[in-house]
Design a binder for this molecule. Structure first.
Ligand SMILES: Cc1ncc(COP(=O)(O)O)c(C=O)c1O
Length: 433
């Protein structure tokens, strides 16, 4: 309807600039009035195809009917009691579902908090308490949040850590099996990365000092890096052999996004603790920590929790999300999205040397852009393509340690004609570049 951003969005943007600090960035400065069905509408009447899902949150679609229905009923019944003061059933039901749906048939316990970072912090607290050990091991390209501990766990300095130190102690970083950039080639990646990680843990930290290894099964903000096959199971196996709590951070990869309910399932990895958020509640603030009962039960009463954790509106939303995933078989839909996108993007890679790598699983797909003929990261090309996509009405997001990754996270309910239209816009943008 208008240029992007249109006049109303520009007016709102000026108000944002005087009311909100610049530390809160804006990927695409259109102000939203409605969203759903894979489309975001803005204040100027523009419709944009959504390849972002609010960063992997609205997997079931925005304002999904089952979520809306449950939340509307709940908001009229009661809005908050604090689960630690007077409990309610929906919280328990969400935890039962998490215990049932997460990998492994061992006895589990779950509890709820309000953000992904809070979930990861709690996982570390519990692992330290259960093991009596101080150290935490994380990976290159990892992202775990913006609180003091989780920004320390995060790899990338700018923008997440710059100027925010000093950081939390006892956090150690090891290499991630990043096939595209592994120096001796993708075929050696899993073996060498496992070897290097174990070497750091045993020689520099001491395995007996490590409480937890925290890893994203597919690195999200780091650039949708799918670790070389074999890496995750072998790291999990090393943890098991050394009494280290293996924490899978599935905040971005969870809830059908990658074509399985959780990304760990792809290689049959069973984490000791799994952290979830984002896709869990269709946009209402909710996150979960699910772990082996014997680890979770060690913490004393009152040691865990928070005022808003497992808010009743968010719990109802989560139950609506889980019903939708099941009723619409969104796990299969995610796989189908991958089957449509990956060959299209592979074909583009053949045509355009600026695309160095195409990767991802299910509906968590990315392309890494490089200087043609090299592997030199090309963030300028990403910025240019994003600008063109936004102008043509396609919402895409960036990622990557080197800022050179375009990532695609469509809602799993997106109609195929919109997916095709979005891919067409992307293709045109790359061709023009
Ligand atoms: C893997 C991972 N962990 C943790 C977080 C932090 O979640 P939140 O932004 O809800 O605190 C994110 C957010 O992007 C994430 O992708």
């Amino acid at each position: 309807m208008t240029a992007i951003p249109g006049p109303k969005s520009q007016e709102l943007l000026a108000r944002k600039q005087s009311a909100v600090p610049p530390g809160i960035g804006t990927a695409l400065p259109v102000f939203v009035t409605r969203a759903g069905g894979g489309v975001v509408q803005d204040a100027d009447g523009n419709s944009l195809i959504d390849f972002g899902s609010g960063i992997a949150v609205t997997n079931v679609g925005n304002a999904a009917p089952k979520v809306v229905e449950r939340v509307q009923k709940q908001v009229a019944d009661f809005t908050h009691t604090c689960f630690m003061v007077t409990p309610y059933e929906s919280y328990v039901r969400v935890c039962e579902k998490l215990n049932e749906l997460t990998p492994g048939d061992h006895e589990k316990r779950s509890f709820l908090v309000s953000s992904g970072a809070e979930a990861v912090e709690n996982a570390v607290k519990i692992a330290r308490h259960a093991t009596g050990r101080p150290a935490v091991v994380v990976f290159d390209h990892g992202y775990h949040g913006r609180t003091l501990l989780t920004m320390t766990l995060t790899a990338k300095n700018m923008p997440y850590k710059e100027g925010f130190g000093p950081f939390a102690p006892e956090v150690h970083r090891v290499p991630l099996a990043y096939p595209y950039r592994w120096p001796s080639g993708p075929e050696n990646c899993a073996d060498e990365a496992v070897e290097q990680a174990i070497d750091v843990i045993t020689k520099q930290i001491g395995a007996h000092n490590v409480a937890a290894v925290v890893i994203e099964p597919i690195a999200g903000e780091g650039g949708f890096i799918v670790p070389a096959r074999g890496f995750l199971p072998r790291i999990a196996e090393f943890c098991r052999a050394n009494g280290i709590v293996f924490v899978a951070d599935e905040v971005q990869t969870g809830f059908a996004r990658t074509g399985t309910m959780f990304a760990c399932e792809d290689e049959g990895v069973v984490p000791d603790i799994i952290t979830t958020a984002k896709g869990i509640a269709g946009g209402l603030p909710l996150a979960g920590i699910t772990g082996r009962a014997e680890i979770m039960d060690k913490v004393h009463a009152g040691g865990l929790g928070g005022t808003y954790g497992g808010n009743p509106l968010a719990c109802e939303a989560a139950l609506g999300v889980l019903e939708t995933i099941e009723a619409e078989d969104l796990v299969a839909r995610a796989r189908r999205i991958g089957e449509i996108m990956l060959p299209r993007l592979e074909a583009l890679k053949e045509r355009f040397e600026v695309i160095g790598d195409v990767r991802g699983r299910g509906a968590m797909i990315a392309i890494e852009l490089v200087e043609p003929g090299t592997k030199e990261p090309n963030p300028a090309a990403v910025a240019e393509i994003v600008k063109r996509c936004h102008a043509e009405g396609l919402l895409v997001l960036t990622a990557g340690t080197y800022g050179n990754v375009l990532r695609f996270l469509p809602p799993l309910v997106i109609p195929e004609h919109l997916l095709e239209e979005g891919l067409g816009i992307l293709e045109k943008a790359i061709a023009e570049l």
